[in-house]
Design a protein around this ligand. Structure first.
Ligand SMILES: [Zn+2]
Length: 187
């Protein structure tokens, strides 16, 4: 008598080396199957461990990146270089070549000098022109960002000389310049 085993599926007694049950025709997992299982499990564990390592490495990296970023942004805050430009220069740039003006000034930190021409009654923005002889239609609209800035503007009058530092968020042929105010400097 050859050795027998029970089919894993139908529990019929079958030859021990049978790979397929003669009764239910299902494959019997032999030692090879078990070995493959173990290998697969090891690979999965290995991958999971590596994944974990990678994760911790990448999280380390991201922490480093974050801290570097925050360092950078702190450094940036301290050393933002504002490009000095007059309202007249902004007007001229936009009038002569809107594309170039946009390329030059959009996204840049600007220190714009001019004269207060519009004070929005709701306190959202001011506009700057280049003085009495400013007949250009170029609008430099500066958005008030906090109460401190609003308080300064509150004390000013139309026509007063003004310098604002801020980031130029948009440049458009018709809308002119949009600037988010960082600081208002009165002369
Ligand atoms: Zn069977």
């Amino acid at each position: 008598m050859t050795e027998t085993k029970l089919c894993k599926f139908c529990k019929t007694e079958i030859p021990k080396d049978a790979k397929i049950c003669p009764n239910c025709k299902k494959k019997q997992k032999g030692k090879l199957g078990i070995i493959i299982c173990i290998i697969v499990i090891l690979v999965i564990i290995g991958a999971a461990t590596n994944g974990g390592n990678n994760k911790s490495i990448s999280s380390d990296n991201s922490t480093k990146t974050e801290s570097t970023d925050s360092n950078n942004s702190k450094a940036e805050e301290a050393t933002i270089e504002y490009t000095s430009v007059s309202k007249q220069e902004l007007s001229d740039a936009l009038t002569s070549n809107a594309l170039k003006a946009s390329d030059t000034y959009k996204g840049q930190y600007l220190e714009v000098t001019g004269y207060l021409s519009v004070i929005d009654s709701s306190g959202k923005y001011i506009s700057i022109d280049s003085g009495d002889d400013d007949f250009s239609f170029v609008n430099v609209q500066c958005f008030i960002k906090n109460d401190e800035q609003k308080a300064i503007i509150m004390e000013m009058n139309k026509g007063d000389a003004i310098t604002i530092k801020g980031k130029c968020t948009d440049v458009g042929e018709f809308l002119g310049y949009s600037i988010d105010i960082d600081e208002v400097i009165t002369n």
